[in-house]
Ligand binder design. Structure first.
Ligand code: AHR
Length: 513
């Protein structure tokens, strides 16, 4: 048994969560779109071909914003191929995923799907093979009311009212060699600044996310952010971050420690963005869009078989219990930076490194990572408190490869407890998200709370399994699911909870305001 103490003060707040912190991502990749959200002819498809069984799970998962259409795919995408009568749309080679893109699903279908799901859309423009001209045309097509060739084209396509898309990504991972149209920071910075200028001339109400590094282990990380923001600081609201946690080394303690590197990554990008602001003597603060994050390693090198198939079964990572734990740690890292991370997108939504899996023509089910995300999104909204955590620590050596180069990230003092506490005044709740990273020991956590009235426990559940490799499958879709968390003792000025080894825990207290 290990003992941890946590102090929480009602008024010591990191920041309020933005609605868009709880987003996800749909890319034209593998079976994410075709056979995932969209499958005309499936017994559960609606009149648009949207799978109702998937929509029901998406509503339960509750993402708030959805990034589209890529990802690496967007860097070769001609948006014009995906609008207008489906029979006239061209099939194209997608070089990112070595597939054939039939273009039967495009921007308008995506926006219709978002409306069905009650989710805000977030579009990425192609700054890989294309540039500012195609980007400004897409803004005009989507957001201009009428009376121009492109806005009237949208109206002829059946969309009289402008789509009013608010948030846009200026390309994707433009620092990566794998990207179509990779650029240096200076090349990208100039192109992004010009694209941003034209896009905002058309619709000044939009917000823009410029590409940061595609990972913290990129050799260009830091100078990339600095240079790109030097070019774009005045024209953008956000800079992006991407992270995929891995357990290549089969070192579970290090894997569970790895979300702490997301904390470092966020804090480093904030420091660079604020240094760019300081050089300008500017009060403007660039916010962070963590618009790709997840666990991903088993299918990292997975590509379509030769022959340019349509919707190949690639990147279909089967998530186990320990993945859900690392994933929960990532949710906590995002919550604990709610002051600066205003947008975040779980990559991705269905089939492709996803919380929801489907069989084409068959069933849909929840992967293990579905559960911490659902907790994060449904229960994580409010003001995040600055928790003082006094936990025993361990040291870890996490491997974050740079291509084929080993890259060791030493983490000398990882607290066994990773925690976030969110106060929601409207609901009158205090919600605790707690990850016990000790693989063998139960953990008692004594919470001392200040400034709260008397609590009752409204909800308490845990995700735990003796077998860290257990997972959910089509045959056993509920092998891993939340179960009640017993052993919570309320007392004046706090509570005590006992957490199982290697467990994700959520405690929602009511009436604490
Ligand atoms: O999410 C899968 C891929 O990971 C995305 O297409 C790309 O942006 C990232 O490298």
């Amino acid at each position: 048994m290990i003992n941890v103490e946590v102090r929480l003060d009602r008024d010591s707040v990191i920041g309020a969560t933005d609605r868009r912190l709880f987003g996800a991502f749909i890319e034209h990749l593998g079976r994410c779109v075709y056979g995932g959200i969209y499958e005309p002819g499936h017994p559960k498809a609606d009149k648009n071909g949207f799978r109702e069984d998937v929509l029901a799970l998406v509503r339960e998962l509750a993402p708030t914003i959805m990034r589209y259409p890529g990802g690496n795919f967007v860097s070769g995408y001609n948006w014009e191929d995906g609008v207008g009568p489906a029979k006239d749309r061209p099939a194209r080679l997608d070089l990112a995923w070595r597939s054939t893109e039939p273009n039967t699903f495009g921007t308008n279908e995506f926006l219709d799907w978002c409306r069905s799901a009650g989710i805000e859309p977030m579009l990425a423009v192609n700054l890989g093979t294309r540039g500012g001209d195609a980007a400004r045309n897409l803004v005009e097509y989507c957001n201009h009311a009428k009376g121009t060739a492109l806005s009237d084209l949208r109206r002829r396509h059946g969309y009289e009212a402008p789509h009013g898309i608010k948030l846009w990504c200026l390309g994707n991972e433009m620092d990566g060699w794998w990207q179509m149209g990779t650029k240096t920071a200076a090349e990208y910075g100039r192109i992004a600044a010009e694209a941003a200028k034209m896009m905002k001339w058309i619709d000044p109400s939009i917000e823009l996310a410029v590409c940061g590094s595609s990972g913290r282990s990129m050799p260009t990380f830091r100078t990339w952010e600095d240079t790109v923001l030097e070019h774009t600081f005045e024209r953008v609201e956000f800079i992006s971050l991407h992270t995929y946690l891995n357990n290549y080394a089969d070192d579970t303690p290090a894997f569970l420690a790895s979300p702490d590197l997301m904390d470092h990554f966020i804090e480093e990008v904030v420091a660079i963005a604020d240094a760019v602001a300081a050089r300008r003597d500017s009060a403007k603060r660039i916010m962070l869009s963590f618009d790709e994050w997840n666990v991903w390693y088993r299918t990292r090198r997975n590509r379509a078989k030769p022959g340019w198939p349509v919707a190949p079964s690639i990147l279909e990572e089967a998530y186990d219990m320990q993945d859900a734990l690392a994933f929960g740690g990532a949710c906590i890292s995002l919550l604990n930076h709610a002051d600066r991370v205003k947008v975040a997108c779980l990559a991705q939504l269905v089939n492709v490194i996803a919380p929801i899996m489907t069989q084409t023509g068959g069933a849909a089910w929840r992967q293990t990572i579905f559960h911490p995300f659902s907790d994060f999104s449904n229960l994580g909204r409010g003001s995040v408190l600055r928790a003082a955590v006094h936990s025993p620590t361990y040291s870890a050596d996490y491997l974050d490869p740079r291509g084929t180069v080993e890259n060791h990230c030493p983490l000398p003092a990882v607290p066994y407890l990773k925690l976030s506490a969110v106060r929601d005044d409207r609901a009158g709740t205090l919600t605790l998200f707690a990850l016990n990273r000790h693989l063998k020991e139960d953990m008692t956590v004594d919470f001392a709370t200040r400034g709260f009235a008397k609590f009752a426990v409204a909800k308490a559940h845990q995700l735990h399994d003796e077998d860290l490799k257990a997972l959910n499958t089509a045959k056993k879709p509920n092998r891993i699911k939340p179960r009640p968390l017993p052993d919570i003792t309320l007392r004046s000025g706090g509570l005590r909870a006992t957490l199982r080894p290697a467990s994700w825990n959520v405690i929602r207290l009511q009436g604490g305001s």
